[in-house]
Structure formats: C-alpha cells, structure tokens
Write a protein that binds this ligand. Structure first.
Ligand SMILES: Cc1cc2nc3c(=O)[nH]c(=O)nc-3n(C[C@H](O)[C@H](O)[C@H](O)COP(=O)(O)OP(=O)(O)OC[C@H]3O[C@@H](n4cnc5c(N)ncnc54)[C@H](O)[C@@H]3O)c2cc1C
Length: 441
C-alpha cells in the first residue's frame, strides 16, 4: 500500500525531467542561487535517441560553461553534413566553416546521449540543483488554474507533493502537461515513422569527414541518417511515411530496416563491414505542438513544448536553447514575484518563431518539387540563409528565403500556437477537453 502523502515546500522551481532541456534550465537557475528540484523518472545514464548537434548549440553550451568540457570529451567532432542520392552518389560535404568561425560555432559534436545527458545532469547537480532520479511525476498540483507544483512517486511507491511557485515541464516527448491539458496537437503534414539501430565497426569517411552526418535518400522522400559516434558505433535510422515502410505488410522493425538498406547503395556499402549491435527501435506520430507554452506557474520547455521531424537535427538545439530561455524568464519571474502568464509571452513568441522557420524548411524538404540544389542554383544569393536556418540560427527574418522556396513548393503558414493560457479554464472547458479526449478512437 502507498504511504501517506508527504508535502515539500522548500523549492523555487520544480522541473519535470532531467534531459537536455531540464538539466540546462536547472543548472542556470541553480547558478543564480534559486532552489531547484529536478524529478527524473529514469536512473542515469539512460538510453536516448537524438545524437547529432547543430552548430548553433554552441551558444547554449557556452552559456552553460560546457564548451571546454565538450572539447575534452570523447564525442566525435562534426564539421559537415552531406546528402546522398539513392544511387549512392554523395554531394560535396557541406562544411560549416565555410560560413562560421572554425574554432567555435563551425565545429559541433555527435553525442552518445547516455553520456551527454549524464554530463548535463551532473553539471546541474554541481551548480546546486537537487536531482532525484527514479521519481515519476504523476500529476500537476493546481488551484484556480494556477500550477503550484507536482505530485510524484518514487521507486519505493512513496507519493510526495512538491510545491513551488514555478514548475517547468521538461518531460520530452511524453509532453506531460500538454497531454493532460488537452493542448498537444499533431503537425498537419508531418506524420512520419522512424526505425533505427546501432552498428559497430561500420565504415567511416576519412579525415575531417569521419564525423559528418549523412542524410541518404530512399524513394518517396524517405531518408536515412548515418551518425558516427565514439566507441566505433554508428547510429543509423530510416524515416519515411508509415505506408511506404510497411509496404507488402512488413511490420517488424528489423525487417523494415534491412529492406531499406537495399534502397541506398551508400548506406549498404557503409554498413557492410559493420555488425548491428542491438535492438531495432521504432517510433511514429512524430511532430506535434502544444497550443500553449504554459499557464500561471507552469512553463513547457524542449520536446515537452514542440517536437519537429528530426531531418535537420534541430531537437537538441531547441531543447538547450529553450532551457536557457526558460531559466532567464523564470529567474526574472522569481525576482518580481510574478508568475502570471503574460511574463512568458515573449518566451513563446521567440521559440515559436524559431520552430516555424525550421518547420518551413522541413516542409520544403518533403515536397517532391523541391531540392536545395535547384533552389540555390536559381538563387545563389539564398545559400547563406539556407545555411543559417539549417545550422540552427533560426531566429531571423527569412522572408527572402521563403519567397524563393515558394517558386518550387508551398511554404506552410505559421500555426497559431504557443501563447501562455491566460484565463484559467472554466470547469465547463475542462469537461469539454476531457470529453473530447474520451471520444478519441
Ligand atoms: C528518431 C529521432 C531522431 C532524432 N534525432 C535527433 C538528432 O539527430 N539531433 C537532435 O538534435 N535531435 C534529435 N532528435 C530529437 C531529440 O531526441 C530531442 O529533441 C531531445 O532529446 C529533447 O530533449 P528534452 O530535454 O526536451 O527531452 P528528453 O531528452 O526526452 O528528456 C526528457 C526527460 O524527462 C523524463 N521524464 C518524462 N516523463 C517524466 C515524468 N512523468 N516524471 C519524471 N521524469 C520524466 C524522461 O525520462 C527524460 O529523461 C531525434 C528524435 C527522434 C525521435
């Protein structure tokens, strides 16, 4: 039987999840002297997908004081991305140092997430955050529409209420608060499936290209990622429409994966010398958004706020960047003693602007009438903007770029999501949300 509920009220911020979003927000808030509690369901190090970084993760890592540690780490250095046609023909690698400073932004990393996330979590601990692992958050504590903390259960079955003026939801694709508030909405177009695994001893390109990310095409706008990691591991996965991947009734991840290897000669050749090391993973219903970034006392960060198709590896950049932005916004709210939704409007606007810019490029990528080469052949002056957006420098005015892309493909309108929920939900609204959820097939 569960023990009686304990109540703890000695924190300024409670954070759900110690992934990159939660750990970065925790480290910065603790550094500012805030009393931070992070509740993490798993015991670290734990497995996680999402290994390739973008150049513009540099700024949040720098703000966290982690650049030197990254430079000393075993993580593979990434200088470029290349695209490979189904026939196996590789494009000229696209080097970040052709546009950015070679010693800073232009060199990024491919990270084994179990190690990277542990490093971030330990960094937050070192700054003074309290981190409790193997504690799963079960419920938000609410009063008159304001969030006052969470209830969570530890691995002994003990239930505790943790109270704080601010709660950060950094729960990743679980999207804890968005799901429970009925705010989570799928992206209108991006319904892809991914199947992936790891190979030991697979081929690496020589020299500076050894750490490149390769995006290798398969038919019907599907693609492989090929991400070299340390310990001679390669992360390799295929993303496409579910109906393409499961054609002729093939459903098992391993069979799907092995069949797709045959669809790209570069992937086939690079994997030939390697051995698959373990399970085949599968995930679907990729991209989603939250209607709101939070409400009084609550802010959503990282994947808990939005998840975009991983084709351009934007997830870690957005998680770290939003972790930093959330820490600043919450610190200011604590300073002012004001946790009203209006405080977080700018956070939402900035984050959504970046997400929408990346999302436009993702839509173009999947449009059969579009290719980056044709765009830049016709409009060489747009190459720099393409590079900026693909490198994660996403908070810019890209209107010239969208105009150029519209000559080939539709560019989606921005989704009307993000602002914090201002009015507390009335009881009637809550009932409607609950009823709509119950009616969902
Ligand atoms: C197939 C695929 C490929 C990807 N490839 C890339 C890539 O190459 N590059 C890239 O940058 N991104 C990639 N991503 C995205 C990347 O994985 C995420 O964007 C990133 O992990 C987000 O970090 P986060 O901190 O928001 O969430 P997470 O890293 O998911 O962390 C959330 C944490 O919250 C914990 N948690 C969840 N629920 C609870 C709860 N109720 N109580 C307590 N703790 C909880 C979880 O255990 C977890 O540790 C990919 C994603 C997918 C699905």
């Amino acid at each position: 039987m569960r023990n009686a509920i304990n109540e703890q009220k000695n924190y300024d911020v409670v954070i759900i999840g110690a992934g990159p979003a939660g750990a970065s927000a925790a480290a910065l808030l603790a550094e500012k002297g805030r009393r931070v509690l992070v509740l993490e369901r798993e015991k670290f190090p734990r497995y996680h997908i999402g290994e390739s970084m973008l150049p513009f993760t540099f700024q949040p890592l720098q703000r966290l004081g982690l650049i030197e540690k990254m430079q000393r780490s075993a993580f593979i250095r990434k200088y470029s991305v290349q695209f490979v046609s189904p026939s196996g023909k590789a494009s000229q690698p696209f080097y970040f140092f052709d546009r950015y400073d070679r010693d800073t932004i232009a060199q990024t990393w491919q990270v084994l997430r179990s190690e990277f996330d542990l490093m971030l979590m330990n960094h937050a601990r070192g700054k003074g955050a309290t981190i409790k692992e193997e504690v799963a958050v079960k419920e938000l504590i609410k009063e008159n529409g304001r969030v006052l903390g969470v209830r969570a259960i530890d691995n002994q079955g003990r239930l505790t209420g943790y109270h704080a003026p601010m709660t950060l939801d950094c729960s990743g694709r679980e999207a804890f608060a968005a799901v429970r508030n009925g705010w989570r909405v799928g992206d209108p177009e991006l319904h892809k499936v991914a199947v992936w695994t790891y190979y030991q001893g697979a081929k690496r390109d020589p020299g500076i290209d050894a750490g490149a990310t390769t995006v290798a095409f398969v038919p019907e706008k599907g693609w492989f990622w090929y991400i070299p990691l340390h310990n001679d591991l390669v992360s390799v996965g295929v993303v496409a429409e579910g109906k393409y991947l499961s054609r002729e009734g093939v459903k098992e991840p391993e069979r799907i994966f092995k069949r797709e290897i045959e669809q790209n000669l570069w992937i086939k050749d690079h994997l030939a010398s390697g051995t698959p090391t373990g399970p085949y993973y599968i995930t679907s219903e990729f991209s989603y958004h939250s209607r709101h970034c939070g409400r009084e006392g609550l802010l959503l960060v990282g994947d808990a706020f939005c998840f975009l198709d991983p084709v351009f590896s934007s997830g870690l950049m957005l998680a770290l960047k939003s972790g930093v932005m959330a820490a600043d916004a919450v610190d200011a709210a604590l300073e002012a003693g004001d946790f009203s939704p209006a405080r977080f409007a700018e956070y939402a606007t900035t984050l959504r602007q970046g997400i929408e810019n990346m999302r436009k490029l993702v839509y173009a990528f999947y449009n059969p009438n579009f290719s980056f080469r044709e765009l830049t052949d016709k409009h060489p002056e747009l190459a720099g903007e393409v590079t900026d957006c693909l490198s994660g420098d996403v908070n810019k005015d890209f209107s010239r770029l969208w105009k150029g892309i519209r000559e080939f493909a539709e560019v989606p309108e921005a989704l009307p999501y993000g602002p914090p929920l201002v009015k507390p939900e009335t009881e009637l609204q809550s009932i409607r949300v609950a009823a709509a959820r119950a009616l969902k097939p």
